[in-house]
Design a protein. Structure first.
Length: 526
């Protein structure tokens, strides 16, 4: 095209063939050699604009927008670039903030709500500049950080992540709103990336445009905004809420905020590098909102999407009618964990249904609850690395004997691992059922008041990935006396021997899946 010609098609050089077009009589004019020796498109501010084709669907990886422009006069509310499907529908917009000299950047979420901010003065009539928007990535419709810069210097920042949808009504120089003016001035170049450029990439692109159009652009671009953490989840418990969220690239830590109702301000309750936190500063029956932010030494993200949780005192659990209750000291059923937790969730408390309230608290990394994993019922899955559960201080008197039943499915051999270990440390009032060394047999032992062990190993009983019922029946007697005990698998005895009636003493170091001895493995089971 020649100098002074009307531009009815502005061809896209990205390789995506998204050419901007308009009707004859509505196009800007080509002016060659107008800016740094390069051409511009001159918009008259009356009715000139260009249409972009349907595209620009996904900005979940962020967005980087660069526009080289020279405004000629103030046109209130005029837009440099406007993407979307009409007013409030999946919008992405950069333009004038009303009739002032500031810019306005806004997006909308899937509900049509606007996230927007105005900048400091940035538009000067007849002054060419590079205008840059860098928006962080995130889940569609989440709140993320965006920064607008002029010639490499930030002039404003704020936040919504647009929904993932094809945008079909996309303008250069025109607005959806009738009260807004058309853009008046020159536009030399528009570049859109559907991701957040790295700092080095942004510096290279801005340097290229600065040299091309003879612009004085700062060498150091503004810091790329941090994305807000995604996947914030909350699990309400008894007097506590467990929270976890996804990691954010480049973040060094996270700030967690809580509010009681929507009318209250958020208060920071935690800061640290971990991506999980147990909030114990809550009251049962009260609802709480939570958001989390990522941060590093220079930046802080906007709030994540909020989650709500209401901690509650647990309802009492009762043993099934088929079980005799006399002498029932502990009943841990994975199905009770599944009542309040979803499949694959970390189990932080395994509630006792015996009526004695001897709940097992998790330690180590995590133990997952799996729905329908065994006979249609749930199990707790131990990883064999560091998963185990603590039982509270109890289990004092076994002089009337003991009956222990465990339904388990070992996943792999962990030498010396324990299904159940009660006591106060090695050799102190112990009661233990676990693997016999590294073999397939079980080992059962107790200790007397002098720390002596009574123990025996069984025939092969543990088969990887085979579920079974393991039973121990020990006779009663005077504390520290020798009595007989029998271990069975699925009702068939696999071993018996002489052990001690454990001394009558409260046992305070009680484990499921863990041993006192450092050389023993953790139990890996399902």
């Amino acid at each position: 095209m020649s100098n002074g010609s009307e531009v009815t098609e502005w061809r896209d050089a990205s390789g995506s063939n998204r050419n901007a077009v308009t009707l004859p009589g509505r196009g800007p004019v080509l002016v060659t050699g107008a800016l740094g020796g390069d051409a511009v498109l001159r918009f008259d501010g009356q009715n000139d604009y260009l249409d972009l084709p349907a595209a620009f669907a996904d900005f979940t990886s962020g967005m980087t927008l660069l526009v080289v422009a020279r405004p000629a006069s103030v046109q209130a509310g005029s837009k440099l670039l406007l993407l979307g499907n009409g007013a409030g529908q999946a919008n992405v917009s950069l333009g004038r903030n009303g009739g002032g000299a500031g810019l306005q950047y806004f997006t909308t979420n899937s509900g049509g709500n606007y996230g927007w901010f105005g900048t400091a003065d940035a538009l000067t009539s007849n002054e060419a500049a590079l205008y840059t928007v860098v928006q962080a990535g995130g889940v569609a419709s989440s709140a993320v950080q965006a920064t607008v810069s002029k010639n490499g210097i930030a002039v404003g920042s704020g936040q919504f992540m647009p929904p993932v949808v094809t945008r079909s009504t996309n303008y250069i120089g025109r607005s959806y709103w009738g009260g807004d003016g058309y853009f008046a001035g020159d536009i030399a170049e528009i570049i859109v990336y559907n991701r957040t450029l790295t700092a080095s990439e942004l510096a290279a692109v801005q340097g290229y445009l600065a040299q091309k159009y003879s612009l004085a652009v700062a060498e150091e671009p503004p810091p790329v905004p941090l994305a807000a953490p995604g996947g914030l989840g909350a699990t309400a418990g008894n007097g506590q809420v467990g929270l976890s969220w996804g990691a954010v690239n480049s973040a060094t830590g996270y700030k967690l905020y809580r509010r009681v109702t929507t009318t209250n301000a958020y208060a920071q309750i935690h800061a640290g590098a971990a991506t999980s936190y147990i909030d114990s500063g809550v009251s049962n029956g009260m609802s709480y909102d939570y958001v989390v932010r990522a941060y590093d030494s220079q930046r802080e993200s906007v709030d994540s999407a909020l989650v709500q949780a209401t901690p509650q005192a647990p309802l009492p659990l009762n043993p099934p009618a088929q079980l005799p209750t006399a002498g029932l000291a502990l009943l841990l059923d994975a199905g009770n964990a599944a009542l309040t937790m979803s499949n694959g969730s970390e189990v932080t408390e395994w509630r006792d249904a015996s009526g004695s309230n001897k709940c097992g608290d998790i330690a180590g990394t995590w133990t997952g609850v799996g729905d329908g994993a065994l006979g249609g019922d749930a199990v707790l899955r131990f990883d064999g690395q560091n998963d185990y559960l603590d039982l509270p201080a109890a289990f004092a008197d076994f002089t009337s004997g003991m009956t222990l039943l465990v339904v388990a499915r070992p996943a792999s051999v962990q030498a010396g691992s324990k299904l159940l270990l009660l006591g106060n440390g090695a050799g102190q009032a112990n009661v233990s059922l676990g693997r016999n060394g590294g073999g397939a047999g079980l080992q059962y032992f107790t200790t007397n008041s002098g720390g002596n062990y009574g123990w025996f190993g069984t025939a092969d009983a543990l088969t990887s990935n085979e579920a079974a019922l393991y039973t121990v029946v020990q006779a009663g007697g005077v504390a520290s006396s020798a009595v007989q005990a029998t271990v069975s698998k699925n009702g068939i005895a696999v071993g018996s021997g002489t052990v001690y009636v454990p001394p009558v003493v409260t046992r305070s170091t009680n484990y499921i899946g863990r041993s006192y001895w450092g050389g023993d493995g953790y139990f890996a089971e399902r």
